[in-house]
Design a protein around this ligand. Structure first.
Ligand code: ADP
Ligand code: MG
Length: 347
């Protein structure tokens, strides 16, 4: 082997090692995922069309990372979350969790992964059974999924209650005895009972008073650090995910319009829709946060996902629309390091 060959071999080896490291880093990888809901019509209830709730979405989330997912109501965020957890069957695409494709595996195999993947919903009152005590609610996953003894379950629920800022004595109370913020803490404790790796947070603070939102967000951040959790954090505005996210994906009509590291999204938003979402966040003067942004206003309603506009689905509301937008769908393309945008202004 000549020196040159050795050098080449060394480079290739380094590269493959690096590649492997990158792959090991990735906890979940969503590839070209679609979820279409059939629309039935006529007296025969035939399928006459499809609601394209999630339409070709791809991203990776690294271990310990938080990906914020933002978009207005109806953009497909909850459907995406439910499909990733297989609470809904994907129409198409692959979902790799710790390298295993879970998009189409059977229930029994899915059960093993489910321990590692949990969800916290927006409305804890709706997701917590009112007839169960707090202790029963938190211990239920342990009862169903593990062989923990009664004493061990009790011990764990007390531990979790304390972790989320409640008291051991709260075990015997019922959900209605708590405030909204406390109920969300109970949901979080329940979601953490099985020591999951990955938690989908579907607008967990949207129903809470603004004064309580920051407390619950801080709790979630602390729990993430303590337990090494990976989050997919859904919200309908960019304000909520700002402090918790490492990267942010902006969804519009079932597709990702832009995805970038957090600082990039807030300081250098590229997609007109992201710019418009940022315009609508009240500007808080905290020094570093005040960035002079050109105001981008969008008008009109979100078009129906059953009949999305041709080409760029945002074009009907976009202040920068041009000929190409109706004719051609913009692909999500990398413009800078890690910053992807689906918009013809950048191609
Ligand atoms: P978001 O969470 O961003 O508000 P959703 O994922 O709830 O959006 O909904 C995306 C689109 O899919 C909406 O148009 C919604 O009406 C539709 N949708 C959601 N769930 C169903 C369902 N089970 N059947 C038919 N359409 C649905
Ligand atoms: Mg939703």
């Amino acid at each position: 082997m000549t020196n040159q060959d050795k050098h080449v071999a060394e480079l290739t080896r380094d590269h493959s090692d690096h590649q492997q490291l990158l792959d090991q880093d990735t906890l979940i990888s969503v590839k070209n995922v679609k979820k279409y809901f059939p629309v039935k019509g006529g007296i025969l209830k035939r399928t006459v069309g499809h609601i394209k709730a999630v339409d070709d979405v791809s991203f990776d989330i690294k271990e310990g990372e938080t990906l914020g997912v933002v978009g207005e109501s109806g953009s497909g965020k909850s459907t995406l979350g439910r499909v990733i957890l297989r609470l809904l069957e994907p129409t198409d695409g692959r979902i790799l969790f710790e390298g295993a494709d879970i998009a189409h595996i059977g229930n029994r195999k899915m059960r093993e992964h489910r321990k590692n993947m949990q969800i916290v919903f927006q409305d804890p009152l709706a997701s917590l059974n009112p007839k169960m005590s707090v202790g029963e609610l938190i211990e239920e996953p342990l009862l169903v999924q593990t062989s923990a003894t009664k004493a061990e379950r009790k011990q764990k629920s007390i531990e979790l209650l304390e972790k989320v800022g409640l008291r051991a004595s709260d075990r015997t109370k019922y959900p209605h005895e708590f405030s909204g913020g406390q109920r969300q803490r109970i949901s979080i404790a329940r979601a953490l009972a099985l020591n999951p790796k990955f938690v989908i947070c579907d607008e967990p603070v949207s129903a809470l008073d603004v004064s309580i939102q920051a407390q619950v967000l801080n709790l979630m951040k602390d729990l993430q650090d303590e337990f090494g959790l990976t989050y997919l954090f859904i919200a309908h505005d960019l304000g909520v995910v700002k402090h918790i996210s490492d990267r942010v994906a902006v969804m519009y009509l079932g597709r990702i319009a832009e995805i970038a590291p957090k600082d990039e999204i807030y300081k250098n938003p590229k997609h007109p829709y992201t710019q418009a979402l940022l315009t609508s966040i009240p500007v808080v003067d905290t020094g570093e946060d005040t960035i002079q942004r050109e105001k981008v206003k969008i008008s009109g309603e979100l078009p129906s996902p059953a009949d999305p506009p041709s080409g760029c689905t945002f074009r009907t509301r976009c202040p920068f629309v041009h000929d190409r937008c109706a004719a051609e769908r913009p692909e999500l393309k990398e413009t800078e390091n890690g910053h992807y945008v689906a918009c013809h202004l950048y191609t």
